[in-house]
Ligand binder design. Structure first.
Ligand SMILES: Nc1ncnc2c1ncn2[C@@H]1O[C@H](COP(=O)(O)OP(=O)(O)O)[C@@H](O)[C@H]1O
Ligand SMILES: Cc1cn([C@H]2C[C@H](O)[C@@H](COP(=O)(O)OP(=O)(O)O)O2)c(=O)[nH]c1=O
Length: 215
């Protein structure tokens, strides 16, 4: 890890695959070796973007949300998040670990909802220019595995089901295919098999960072 400037690391994958848990483990490790680390998430990460998140995830609206409205709100939240939080942190030399980013939009709104990938690409350019993660950890598991974990976590923490969690399993399988297609086409991706035990998944995530120069 000789580069003194910050790095932007994103975690991607379906519901309940272990993104938040492994982000915390990586943050702890990076702090233990002296890095300043910010952990954030999408949609959200700033007060304005968290308000947009609230509208995006709320399961019960007085009307159905149009897929294009959903797409534009994802990018509105992201534009705010990049401008107010992510870019300033990287400029200070901090490491930014983000739970989901634009790959989730391609996977969920593109592969999941069936919106045009070229429209998403255009919006991406408008919202973030060529700004992109340095590395992306894709936690990959069959949708049913992650969903079972997410439901168990939801019951344990007494969380309300969000709008996405009400989608059918085929939607999440399409999103998984989207993530895998992205991972095959871009070298910033590191795929970790998230159907393994939590211990094994975390070991593999940390191994990407533990050996100097590994990542
Ligand atoms: N590899 C794993 N094996 C078993 N349980 C896991 C694993 N990874 C995470 N979990 C558990 O599954 C639930 C969802 O994990 P979480 O990190 O919140 O996922 P995400 O952020 O991807 O939705 C949590 O209760 C977590 O402890
Ligand atoms: C960032 C992003 C998230 N999403 C969805 C995925 C999730 O269902 C939801 C965000 O919730 P999140 O709390 O990240 O879900 P989980 O912890 O269960 O993985 O928003 C999109 O559809 N597009 C996006 O661009």
């Amino acid at each position: 890890m000789q580069n003194p400037t910050g790095r932007f690391i994103t975690f991607e994958g379906g519901e309940g695959v272990g993104k938040s848990t492994n982000i915390q483990a990586l943050a702890e490790y990076l702090r233990s070796i002296g890095k300043t680390v910010i952990v954030t998430r999408e949609p959200g990460g700033t007060p304005i973007a968290e308000k947009i998140r609230n509208d995006l995830l709320k399961a019960h609206h007085e009307e159905p949300m149009a897929p294009m409205a959903e797409l534009l709100l994802m990018f509105a939240a992201r534009a705010q998040h990049v401008d107010a939080v992510i870019r300033p942190a990287l400029e200070r030399g901090d490491w930014v670990l983000c739970d989901r980013f634009t790959d989730s939009t391609i996977a969920y709104q593109g592969y999941g909802r069936g919106l045009s990938l070229s429209t998403i690409e255009q919006l991406k350019t408008m919202a973030q220019g060529d700004f992109s993660p340095d590395h992306t950890i894709l936690l990959d598991a069959p949708a049913s595995v992650g969903m079972t974990r997410a439901r168990a976590r939801g019951e344990e923490l007494n969380e309300e089901t969000d709008r996405f969690e009400t989608e059918e399993m085929a939607f999440f399988e399409r999103a998984r295919e989207g993530f895998l297609a992205l991972a095959r086409s871009e070298s910033r991706f590191h795929i970790v098999d998230a159907s393994q035990s939590l211990d094994d998944v975390t070991k593999q995530v940390l191994a990407l960072f533990e050996i100097e120069g590994n990542i």
